[in-house]
Design a protein around this ligand. Structure first.
Ligand SMILES: [Zn+2]
Ligand SMILES: [Zn+2]
Length: 403
């Protein structure tokens, strides 16, 4: 389902031609980043490469914005609004298993989420729009955000003034998405990506001899009951029309088969689409764990870890993105129905501050074996997705900033 099938749509056919002319450079950029992945909060070389590239095409560049963040400002020929284009830049602690010549050169680190493609797309949009300054009434602010995978990169950038001087009026960003076929695009207004909250539950009992349980308080039994009881937070306490997730991802406790443990540690994550559901899940998990543990003479203590609000798309900016996407891939390739994701992304922090749209660009191609899930050691993207992303963002910017 390549976009080229819909080539030369009525509006601005030159956009596609210009994107096509830059395809080789776009792929090179992506592969260059792919070979040199850096983990969250360690993106020194990545940030430096981005800043160098932006300076090379004549943008005003700020480095070290809220840590490893980079902001490139493109001023249009005439004054006007400011559109922000966001790309995340970090990789994951995954050891790549793909046998490709652009595979990661850093053992144990990999761009296994597609952020290498996001950077390449944003830089290529910057190149194109820098050439088309005359067409722009207003500014485009390119925001390269570190530490998305730990959901702690956007907030420091906002605090450091990434959205000011000039003030950002709207923000767009994309995520390459392998579950979606290349050539498909998805976006919808309202909550689009879920909030996420990591938690740790410590269940304390009283250790002792496994043959004499009456002298102990068994935290493993209490932890097991808590895991089961926590399933009612969604099934019995949350409206069927409010999606939510409670997942326990780790459970650790005990040392031997004949010893009752002193303590069990549970770790997990909560997902929701509204602040009300999110806050209630966190509060009720703590209450429920305390109640269940207490009934079994144990104690439970909930510690809230890293968290991220839900990504909420603005109606008007989502319509703008969907018009650009329709011009790029055709109406039949815009995903219909409910396309929300229970994953989360701290693009949400920018979208809380300014109206915007975070959208998905299909990057999977099962026929060519490109269908590994995100964060998998065999993850890859269909590179045909790259020019699609560039074209959509370029069209959206041209429309938002007039011609
Ligand atoms: Zn990811
Ligand atoms: Zn990602």
């Amino acid at each position: 389902m390549p976009a080229t099938k819909h080539a030369l749509s009525r509006s601005a056919p030159d956009v596609r031609a210009v994107v096509a002319a830059r395809r080789a450079g776009l792929v090179d950029l992506r592969r260059g980043f792919h070979m040199r992945p850096e983990l969250s909060l360690e993106e020194h070389e990545t940030a430096a490469a981005i800043a160098k590239h932006l300076r090379g095409i004549g943008l005003e560049v700020r480095e070290g914005v809220g840590g490893m963040g980079v902001v490139g400002l493109l001023r249009g020929a005439r004054p006007g609004r400011t559109l922000m284009i966001r790309a995340d830049i970090d990789a994951l602690p995954v050891h790549e298993l793909n046998a490709v010549d652009y595979a990661s050169r850093a053992p144990g680190k990999m761009h296994a989420c597609g952020h290498d493609g996001h950077m390449a797309i944003a830089l290529t949009v910057a190149e194109i729009l820098a050439d088309w300054r005359d067409r722009l009434a207003g500014n485009v602010k390119f925001v390269f955000q570190p530490a998305e995978e730990r959901a702690c990169g956007a907030e420091p950038m906002v605090a450091a003034g990434a959205l000011r001087d000039p003030d950002v009026d709207a923000a767009i960003g994309l995520h390459l998405w392998s579950p979606l076929h290349v050539g498909e695009v998805a976006a919808q207004p309202g909550p689009f990506w879920a909030s996420a909250d990591m938690f740790t539950l410590r269940v304390r009992g009283k250790g002792g001899h496994g043959a004499m349980p009456q002298t102990t308080v068994d935290p493993i039994l209490a932890a097991a009951q808590i895991v089961v009881a926590a399933q009612t937070l969604v099934s019995r306490e949350t409206s069927p029309f409010d999606p939510a997730v409670v997942t326990f991802g780790a459970i650790h406790g005990g040392t031997a088969s004949n010893v009752v443990a002193d303590e069990v540690e549970l770790r997990g994550t909560l997902r929701a689409f509204t602040p009300a559901v999110r806050d209630r899940l966190v509060r009720r998990l703590g209450e429920l764990a305390n109640g269940v543990a207490g009934a079994l003479r144990a104690e439970a203590e909930l510690t809230r870890g890293e968290g991220c609000i839900a990504c909420v798309n603005d109606v008007a900016i989502t319509e703008l993105v969907l018009r650009a996407a329709t011009a790029t891939v055709g109406k039949d390739h815009i995903s219909q129905g409910d396309t929300r994701l229970s994953a989360s992304d701290d693009m949400a922090v920018f979208l809380q501050a300014v109206p915007g749209c975070y959208f998905l660009v299909g990057a999977g191609n099962p026929e060519r074996g490109i269908d590994a899930p995100h964060h998998n050691a065999r993850f890859d993207i269909a590179e045909d997705a790259l020019p699609i992303g560039v074209e959509i963002m370029t069209r959206a910017a041209l429309e938002y900033l007039g011609r």
